[in-house]
Design a protein around this ligand. Structure first.
Ligand SMILES: [Zn+2]
Length: 90
């Protein structure tokens, strides 16, 4: 398991913890559904719509980070390195 997955697992488990009226409690998941139901009916509930929106936002953040990394690499590179990067896309 890589560091990012470990971080996600720890964050997941800590998200089960909550405080209500000064009492420590645990809470269930926001989303629970069968893959087969999603395949047959899509995002049929508000909970699934929220989950889909969250996944799309996470994907967009990942793509933004990826684009920032490419831009940063190009900014610090020499002309030769830029040529190599461009060649790798062709
Ligand atoms: Zn859990």
């Amino acid at each position: 398991m890589d560091d990012e997955r470990k971080r996600a697992l720890i964050d997941h488990e800590l998200t089960h913890c909550t405080v209500e009226d000064s009492v420590f409690k645990t809470r269930g998941h926001d989303v629970e559904e069968f893959h087969s139901i999603i395949q047959r009916y899509g995002t049929w509930s508000n909970t699934l719509v929220k989950a889909k929106d969250a996944m799309e936002r996470a994907e967009q953040l990942y793509l933004n980070d990826l684009a920032d990394g490419v831009i940063k690499a190009l900014d610090v590179s020499s002309d030769r390195k830029v040529q190599l990067v461009m060649k790798s896309f062709t």
